[in-house]
Write a protein of this length. Structure first.
Length: 200
């Protein structure tokens, strides 16, 4: 005689149910933590990318303006005054180096393209790189904060096969300029700029 064990299905036991809940919870926590890490990493990458793009725009602007430095001569009280470029430590009240110069910048409007002469300055104040725009009718320049997180702003000039840390010859343009900008989270950026209006 053949005996058949008839066992009826009773469902999951309490232990099996608790074990399934624990496994599901652990998988959910692992996935959540992975998503959080990816989200934070993506946010950090986006922030760094924005900072690098802003730095690139500032460097390009500085290069464009400094490369178009000009010497302007004008008379005042029967004296000829030259206005070219001046570079030095603590110039313009900077915490580091400062630069003051006149330049010709092309301005493109909807209908015309014209050259506009500008008197500009750059300085470092409280870890912020500032642009100073001088206007003929005003005593004080307009100050714009253009880049924060700057720990060093140094400038050297190249003239007659020599690098100089200071330039006060307003009637002569140097051959080139080296910008050195150090940022907290990026590091040191060096840029050599050739002055286009120098007759060397």
């Amino acid at each position: 005689m053949l005996l058949v064990n008839k066992r009826t299905s009773q469902g999951f036991t309490l232990l099996e149910t608790l074990l399934a809940i624990i496994i599901f919870t652990l998988i959910s926590l692992t996935v959540y933590q992975a998503m959080t890490v990816v989200s934070k990493g993506s946010s950090a990458v986006n922030k760094k990318s924005k900072q690098v793009n802003k730095l690139q725009r500032v460097i390009n602007t500085l290069e464009h303006q400094l490369s178009h430095t000009m010497i302007y001569s004008y008379s005042q009280n029967n004296k000829t005054i030259n206005n070219g470029i001046s570079i030095g430590k603590f110039l313009l009240g900077s915490d580091d180096f400062g630069v003051y110069f006149s330049c010709d910048i092309g301005v493109n409007t909807d209908f015309t393209y014209h050259i506009e002469s500008q008197l500009l300055g750059y300085r470092l104040r409280n870890n912020i790189l500032e642009k100073l725009s001088y206007h003929l009718n005003e005593d004080q320049p307009t100050v714009s904060k253009i880049l924060d997180g700057v720990t060093e702003f140094r400038i050297r000039v190249y003239h007659k096969n020599e690098w100089l840390n200071e330039w006060r010859e307003m009637a002569i343009l140097p051959e080139g300029i080296e910008l050195i900008i150090e940022l907290e989270n990026i590091g040191t950026i060096r840029k050599i700029i050739i002055l286009l209006n120098n007759n060397f």
